[in-house]
Design a protein around this ligand. Structure first.
Ligand code: URA
Length: 210
């Protein structure tokens, strides 16, 4: 597994505003979208492309286009939806699948409550998006789900992660081809399963449920 933690002042600046408890839902949504776009730069570094010829006003040259079959972006519901727009703006040809994972607030165990994905992902590049890598339970289950559908590689993009969450994913995926792209690696999880310092419940803050 490869882990890439963004080290960029613009990303850290936007994350700081996101962490601020006074930041309103509309601003939170806007910043989430902007952050995904910035993180996607790293996350799509190995996106498959194929050569195409392009005629410029001066000459003909060879460029590239995103290869077929197109990549699939999988937001983990509900909070992952807040990251979708930022990524599909950048890869407008991507297919979008959905995976609904919910964690039990006491045991933190994830269960799948919704799924809309192709049956066969064996030739697809998969991009899973979930803002908070906390215990790692939901993301690990989501990645496993994608592998069970035949995916050969998964890139997960999260705004914040914890050392515990990264270790949980690492343990689950072993040698599998997984890349984790994080906006920041926070200190730890607290006893309620929240990321510290974190930003609170990302879904609640995105959708104004607090
Ligand atoms: N999920 C969240 O939304 N926030 C956390 O801090 C942990 C999990």
């Amino acid at each position: 597994m490869r882990v890439h933690v963004a080290d960029h002042p613009l990303i850290t600046h936007k994350l700081t505003v996101l962490r601020d408890e006074r930041t309103s839902s509309p601003v939170f949504r806007q910043l989430t979208e902007e952050l995904v776009t910035l993180l996607a730069y790293e996350a799509t570094r190995d996106v498959k492309v194929e050569p195409i010829e392009v005629k410029t006003p001066v000459t003909t040259t060879t460029g590239v286009k995103i290869a077929e079959p197109r990549p699939i972006v999988v937001p983990i519901l509900r909070a992952g939806l807040g990251m979708l727009e930022g990524l599909v703006k950048l890869i407008p040809t991507a297919e979008v699948g959905f995976l609904g994972m919910v964690r039990d607030e006491e045991t933190f165990e994830p269960t799948t409550y919704a799924e809309r994905l192709p049956d066969d992902l064996s030739d697809r590049q998969c991009f899973a998006i979930d803002p908070m890598l906390a215990t790692g339970g939901s993301l690990a289950a989501a990645i496993q789900f994608l592998f069970d559908r035949g995916a050969k590689n998964v890139t997960a993009i999260c705004l914040l992660g914890t050392p515990e969450g990264v270790a949980a994913i690492e343990k689950m995926v072993g040698d599998a081809d997984v890349t984790l792209v994080l906006g920041a690696l926070d200190e730890r999880l607290n006893e309620k399963g929240y990321i510290v310092p974190g930003l609170g419940d990302a879904g609640d803050r995105l959708y104004g449920t607090v």
